[in-house]
Design a binder for this molecule. Structure first.
Ligand SMILES: [Zn+2]
Length: 456
């Protein structure tokens, strides 16, 4: 078999980082297959900076993420809207990347004389693929008008980047050496998208971390996202999904670190713990109620999945990590084993959920549109066995009502200019460009509905 050259996790992981040689990979498979745009260059070790290098580097990163997730997903998991997902490694000039249900799209931009391709970073490639994987398991999250659901999608992307990097033996060895075996310390896997972060920092210095795009090692404590501002510098938490997701990702990385501590910090243990962590996540996502406090729902189901899959072997480390971040209140964390017993037996296959459509009031005058109400898919309200997140001072906070969560979500999107309003704008002079819209307002007869177009 021939070798190709590829980055281990990001082109800018360390000063003078070099690509490594990898066996030539494939992303063609019957289920959950991918197809890169353009002709496949012969597999060979190409020089960095060439399109052939980028082709094989991307194939290697995506194949690694798919090989990790595919065996852990329910047998019926499929891409929701395409048989094969297209991958466009260079769709034009931008510092961004997105997943839109038909494929993954990456861009390039020249910053201070350096041309940065978002599709050259395994971190970014695997993050976008993570959106697709979660969409295959829980398509109901796509349109949920919920800040926590959208933020969890971003967190799952970052977690996918971390778990995929850990599939590379040289990365596992390097991370254990660099952190002294403590995965809860900042490392090349906790720092996501160092190169894209560098490029963004040149024009928006406070929009990203000082050494990467996002760092999974941070000190953020859970707050109700509805109480946070819609944007903030990277050092502060906001309700913007890429900002808010850092609370969950940090708790999750701490739980992974705790799992490694339990079993011994060697590269082989780290590989096997990564698989356990992936199984826990898939089990949790399959059962978690898409409630207004979705972080708490997933966290409590991680502990429930641990009870069924591993007889509670990781219970304490999961509790410590998610209670420590306030994602789970003390009361909810201690109630988890009882709930797991009630659910009984194996982790059930994920059942389709229909989210209720609610009508939220909005003031369209600001945006030059005549619009008073908008239909959205709302997250679910509290149930009989409601789990809660923690209040910053004492005790638990009750989950917000579905209409409050939905209104906060819509208002955030409008304030950040993330809604494509062209369908409802009569005045062409004021027509907004699609820009960075993630959502569109779509006419259904006399009703107007908010629909997601993509995840950035
Ligand atoms: Zn994303």
């Amino acid at each position: 078999m021939s070798n190709v050259a590829a980055w281990e996790d990001d082109p800018r992981t360390a000063p003078g980082a070099r690509p490594v040689n990898r066996p030539s990979p494939s992303v063609k498979q019957a289920r959950l297959g991918l197809a890169l745009r353009g002709a496949e260059p012969p597999p060979r070790v190409y020089r960095t900076g060439t399109s052939q290098f980028r082709y094989w580097n991307a194939t290697d990163a995506l194949a690694r993420a798919i090989r990790f997730w595919a065996p852990l997903l329910p047998a019926e998991a499929r891409w929701p809207a395409a048989r094969t997902l297209g991958v466009d490694l260079d769709a034009g000039v931008d510092l961004n990347a997105y997943y839109d249900r038909l494929g993954l799209c990456f861009f390039h931009a020249t910053v201070r004389g350096v041309t940065v391709y978002s599709g050259e970073s395994p971190d970014v490639l695997c993050h976008e693929l993570g959106h697709a994987v979660l969409d295959a398991v829980r398509p109901e999250l796509w349109n949920a008008a919920s800040i926590e659901a959208a933020a969890f999608h971003e967190s799952f992307g970052d977690i996918t980047a971390i778990l995929s990097a850990l599939q590379v033996e040289s990365v596992r060895t390097a991370v254990l050496t660099d952190t002294g075996g403590r995965l809860s310390r900042a490392s090349r896997i906790s720092r996501l998208a160092e190169q894209l972060g560098w490029a963004v920092r040149q024009s928006h210095p406070d929009a990203v971390e000082p050494d990467c795009l996002r760092n999974a090692v941070n000190s953020f404590f859970y707050q109700r996202p509805e109480t946070l501002p819609p944007m903030a510098p990277a050092a502060v938490l906001s309700s913007e999904p890429h900002s808010f997701c850092r609370v969950f990702t940090a708790a999750w990385l701490e739980s992974l670190a705790g799992m490694v501590d339990l079993r011994g910090a060697t590269p082989d243990v780290l590989a096997s713990v990564a698989v356990d962590a992936g199984r826990l996540l898939v089990g949790a996502i399959a059962r978690a109620r898409i409630g207004t406090n979705y972080f708490a729902q997933v966290a409590s189901n991680l502990a429930a999945a641990d009870a069924t899959l591993f007889s509670g072997a990781y219970r304490q480390v999961l509790q410590r990590a998610f209670v420590g971040r306030g994602i789970l209140s003390m009361a909810s964390a201690s109630a988890v084993p009882r709930q797991a017993r009630r659910a009984g037996g194996a982790v059930p296959a994920s059942r389709a959920v229909v989210l209720p459509v609610v009508s939220v009031p909005i003031d369209g005058r600001l945006h030059g549109i005549r619009l008073r109400r908008l239909l959205v898919e709302a997250p679910l309200g509290p149930s009989r066995w409601t789990v809660t997140s923690a209040a910053p001072d004492l005790g638990a906070i009750e989950p917000v009502a579905p209409d409050v969560a939905s209104r906060a979500f819509v208002e955030d999107l409008l304030r950040r200019g993330r809604v494509d309003l062209r369908e409802v704008q009569r005045d062409t002079a004021r027509r907004s460009r699609r820009g960075r819209a993630t959502h569109a307002i779509v006419r259904h007869g006399r009703r107007l509905r908010l629909e997601r177009r993509l995840f950035h």
